[in-house]
Design a protein around this ligand. Structure first.
Ligand code: ADP
Ligand code: MG
Length: 704
């Protein structure tokens, strides 16, 4: 009999049109395995489905039907934009009203089939639903045999591939007799943790008879995902430990001298971490360490010290940052710290190549040609090369690269880039030491999973002389308090940030950098200088603006969240974030860290016009959390499945993210993964697991 393999390509199993092929590709579905692991985001409970003729006020319902009329108007008094629609099914009509969402009137048109959910209310003009959740559908579900099955899966869909299509084909696949996959998880693990078998779980997650059955299956897949990730990391770590790296000894005398330059002494926490780093690089086993420290905790100086030690051993260092702004900031900071030491430092980004010190003016840097810079990197003349991901291009070669530092590695895509950097440079022999730094405090369970191959150091102490930043929440209220504070602070000679969620936007209720900058200039702060910063500016424009802001020539910087990362402006004491509900908690925490970096007390205003309870809870957590780590744990617990926008950043599915809420499960998965690698480091006795890990690693590298 024909046996289908999980690795079989979908087009060999299903007949697909070109649109469908493209759609599947977009969903990252290439193989039968991908298709079967494309899990429903939720289930529609069809027992709640209603027809309009039998709804009653206050009832929460789901109805399907047609838009028969849609229009846009403004309320007479408050000028609130209202999209108003009439909705009909075979049994009657309902009114639909959306407040504050004028775009809905543009998005929906007469005749559209939609499914809506919401609470029935009764008004002067009959029954209606306010702000219903809706989705466009291509067919009414009434044709489905609703009585037979209460739960219908709803899949993430894309053009050409509807949830309905997925439901149909996955169900068919699961019913086919040729399905006879071996379980990926070892039997002993299934038994120990009472997890259902693979086949059973696949059927239960795609075609559950009830919620409980679906739950059990999700738990199994969550465990599976976390377990496989851990296994891959722990395996990688084991391999790494077999490799040889440079032995970099610390010249204590020289280090002491080096540390006399910065105008401060290291905190106790910095000293402890420095010991970790010194020990790591003094042994021939490659360092693989993650340094976590809240924004402003002083990671850069540690990167500089460790680079100094490497260079003193006559080796080279590569220092990678996620953005051009940050890379040049590090380059400038390093130039300052290494002044007078006759150590050549290079900067490479996609738009600039520089070197310090310049021949003519040894206290400054100078532009050099890319070719020259690359030549110096290859010959070993440049000791420290700082850059963006331009640093890991093939053309960039080193003579004796002994240390790689990756800064702010949490930034979107950079986790992958860091890995890429390491993988690329792992062809070097001996292998360079590797230090990764992040300011994103991530929950422990996530760290154990995605960084399972790294040792962890934590900077848990802030440099002295800073007063904690105060957080003020302005919800649906006037901004007067924020503007008054800004004015006061700027009059004291300080500077301010205003962060908007968008660069430009038609809808006035979503603040955009361009409009807001103009408005502030015209209506609120005509007497102050205002600059703008966002991702659409050229690198040159960005740099000029940052330079001006640093020098104090710009008093208010209106920006998108691009300033989220690393920028150091101690004179900035106020930040106002508009549309706070549009940012993640970790992101807001990062932004807050941009101020309060000097001696002066700083104030962080978060503004949200949303009245939602959830937004309120989140912002209160932001205000009250004692540290970023606390906030991260809170964030993880607070986010519902399916809403985990951050998950793609880690290469973890929504199902996997659910598992991260459960420390016991994560630790169990880790223990099992360790046991297996301990006994069989190459996984030669578990070809199935080995294959899975290869898939994971490939995915990680192709992530962006
Ligand atoms: P981050 O960890 O966010 O990268 P930085 O390395 O940019 O933080 O440091 C933030 C600021 O703190 C910098 O201005 C830096 O010079 C300063 N700093 C670092 N270590 C100390 C210290 N031990 N004492 C006082 N200031 C310090
Ligand atoms: Mg930093």
């Amino acid at each position: 009999m024909y046996m289908m393999e999980l690795t079989e390509r979908v087009e060999n199993v299903l007949e697909l049109s070109l649109t469908q092929k493209n759609g599947l590709e977009k969903l990252h579905v290439n193989t039968v395995r991908d298709l079967l692991w494309h899990f429903p985001a939720r289930y529609e409970d069809f027992s709640r489905f209603k027809t309009i003729s039998n709804v009653t006020p206050k009832e929460h319902i789901t109805v399907e039907g047609k838009i028969t009329h849609i229009d846009l108007r403004k309320t007479w008094k408050s000028k609130v934009a209202i999209a108003e629609g009439t909705f009909a099914d075979a049994t009657g009509t309902l009114k639909l009203i959306w407040f504050h969402q004028p775009y809905i009137a543009r998005f929906l048109k007469d005749g559209d089939l939609i499914r809506i959910r919401g609470e029935i209310q009764s008004g002067k003009r009959g029954l209606y639903i306010a702000n219903p959740f809706f989705e466009k559908i291509d067919r009414l579900s009434i044709s489905l045999n609703i009585k037979e099955r209460g739960l219908i899966p709803v899949y993430p869909e894309t053009r050409g591939i509807s949830s309905r299509w997925l439901h149909f084909h996955i169900t068919k696949l699961l019913q086919s007799a040729s399905l006879n996959f071996k379980d990926i998880l070892p039997k002993a693990i299934l038994t120990t943790y009472h997890l259902p078998s693979l086949i059973h779980s696949l059927r239960a997650i795609h075609t559950p008879r009830n919620e409980r059955e679906a739950e059990g299956a999700r738990k199994r897949f969550a465990f599976e995902e976390i377990f496989l990730l851990q296994l891959s990391r722990i395996k990688e770590r084991k391999l790494l430990e077999k490799k040889k790296s440079f032995i970099l000894k610390t010249d204590e005398e020289a280090l002491k001298e080096f540390l006399e330059k910065p105008p401060f002494t290291l905190t106790a926490s910095q000293r402890i971490v420095l010991e970790d780093l010194k020990n790591d690089i003094a042994t021939p086993t490659p360092m693989a360490r993650l340094l976590e420290g809240d924004v402003g905790s002083g990671k850069t100086i540690l990167a500089a010290i460790i680079s100094f030690i490497a260079v003193k051993n006559d080796a080279q260092v590569a220092y990678m940052a996620p953005t051009e702004i940050l890379a040049s900031q590090h380059f400038n900071a390093f130039s300052e710290l290494f002044k007078g030491l006759r150590i050549k430092i290079g900067l490479i980004t996609s738009s600039d190549t520089r070197v310090f010190p310049s021949k003519a003016f040894p206290k400054t840097s100078a532009h050099v040609s890319r070719t020259q810079l690359l030549r110096w990197a290859k010959s070993g003349e440049i000791k420290i090369l700082i850059g963006t991901h331009a640093l890991i291009e093939k053309k960039v070669q080193f003579n004796n690269l002994a240390l790689i530092v990756v800064d702010e590695q949490h930034r979107f895509g950079v986790q992958q880039r860091a890995r890429l950097a390491r993988t690329k440079m792992q062809t070097e022999n001996p292998l360079p030491h590797f230090l990764s730094m992040t300011a994103t405090p991530i929950p422990r369970t996530l760290a154990l999973t995605v960084y399972g191959d790294l040792d962890l150091s934590v900077l848990d102490e802030m440099p002295p002389g800073r007063s904690p930043t105060e957080t003020m929440i302005l919800m649906g209220r006037t901004r007067k308090k924020a503007w008054d504070t800004m004015r006061e602070e700027i009059n004291k000679g300080h500077q301010a940030f205003v962060i908007c969620p968008r660069i430009e936007h038609d809808d006035d209720r979503i603040k955009s950098v361009k409009k807001e900058a103009e408005r502030l200039k015209k209506e609120i702060f005509p007497d102050f200088t205002i600059g703008v910063l966002h991702g659409k500016l050229t690198p040159k424009e960005k740099e000029t603006t940052m330079e001006k802001y640093k020098k104090g020539e710009i008093q208010i910087l209106v920006s998108t969240s691009v300033i989220e990362v690393g920028i150091d402006i101690p004179n900035a004491t106020v930040m106002v974030v508009e549309g706070a509900e549009r940012f993640g908690l970790a992101q807001l925490h990062q932004m807050r860290g941009r101020i309060g970096r000097g001696k002066h007390k700083s104030i962080f205003f978060v503004i949200s016009d949303s009245q939602g309870e959830k937004t309120k809870d989140r912002l209160h957590a932001l205000r009250n959390a004692r540290s970023g780590f606390e906030l991260a744990e809170y964030d993880l617990q607070l986010r519902g499945a399916g809403e985990l926008t951050g998950s793609s950043q880690w290469g973890i599915s929504d199902v996997g993210m659910e598992a991260l809420k459960n420390i016991k499960m994560v630790e169990a998965a880790r223990k099992e993964a360790r046991n297996i690698i301990e006994k069989d480091p190459e996984l030669s006795q578990s070809p199935l697991l080995k294959g899975e890990i290869e898939i994971i690693n490939k995915k990680l590298l192709h992530f962006e």
